[in-house]
Design a protein around this ligand. Structure first.
Ligand code: MG
Length: 278
């Protein structure tokens, strides 16, 4: 009985410490809004590391000849070439706004494995492909590639694709963190499908602030995107989210540093969520 009481007290203390923790900063598409950088460039990844981000997020697609490239949109920024329908040889000559060419996942992972501190995490967003077969091939290959670079323990996965979300959980090594983006699973569904947590838009989370505590009560984590204004950053901090994905990591770091740690706010409001794009 005494042992049970001690265990219960330790669990309560741990959960209260967890709820007091400050959110961690994730650079959205790398740290791109800074000189010499561009969204999803190698430079953006290195710059996110250089300012001490907890993690850097990037987006991946697979070309028809089976090469995984890093890019947000389904088309390149340069000549608007469709990545899913253009051979890699051509895609990889497409320029980014900082003069780099579209990187491969391989190049980005090589960079990650060579970073000085080797501790910034990777948040890999699998984009929803036109073909489920291609998407599943991409999942298999990305997991293998990440494993080959020894980055499995430093990588989290996110996706809007419901099939992709379930498939990554199925294919990735046990314990891999996979978060769902679309906003249409309640916390209990994330728990049931063995996800690590929710990674929902600020709009969805403001409609469902109660999901933050629901997730924590279920042992799940909460990431919110894309949070760029000081007011919204403060809202996330005050409401006890675990991770904030932002285009302005240095501003967020400053606001977090100036904010006293607070316990998660009580749940409010219950309305329906809508899908949106990350
Ligand atoms: Mg993304």
């Amino acid at each position: 009985m005494k042992t049970k009481l001690i265990i219960a007290s330790i669990t309560l203390m741990a959960s209260s410490i967890a709820s007091m923790a400050q959110p961690k900063v994730i650079a959205h598409r790398g740290y791109w809004d800074t000189p010499g950088s561009a969204q999803n460039s190698i430079a953006s990844f290195v710059k996110a590391d250089s300012v001490g981000c907890y993690a850097s997020e990037f987006d991946i697609w697979m070309t028809p000849d089976g090469v995984i490239v890093v890019n947000h949109d389904p088309v390149t920024a340069d000549n608007k070439l469709e990545i899913q329908n253009t051979p890699s040889q051509t895609i990889l000559t497409e320029k980014l706004s900082n003069g780099e060419t579209v990187p491969t996942l391989d190049q980005l992972l090589k960079t990650a494995s060579e970073l000085k501190n080797k501790n910034m995490r990777l948040v890999c967003e699998l984009k929803t492909h036109d073909s489920r077969a291609r998407e599943r091939k991409c999942i298999k290959q990305m997991i293998e590639l990440i494993e080959r670079y020894g980055l499995t323990d430093r990588t989290d996965y996110i996706t809007f694709s419901k099939d992709g979300y379930k498939e990554i959980i199925k294919q990735a090594p046990k314990g891999t963190a996979v978060y769902y983006l679309s906003g249409d699973y309640v916390p209990a569904e994330i728990k049931y499908t063995k996800g690590r947590g929710i990674d929902y838009s600020l709009k969805v989370m403001k409609k469902h602030p109660e999901w933050i505590n629901e997730c924590h009560d279920l042992g799940l984590e909460v990431n919110v995107w894309t949070v760029n204004s000081p007011e919204d950053m403060q809202w996330c901090i005050d409401n006890g989210v675990d991770y904030i994905t932002t285009n302005d990591p240095e501003l967020l770091q400053k606001i977090i540093a100036e904010s006293p740690a607070k316990p998660a706010a009580p749940a409010k409001d219950k309305k329906k969520s809508k899908k949106s794009k990350k």
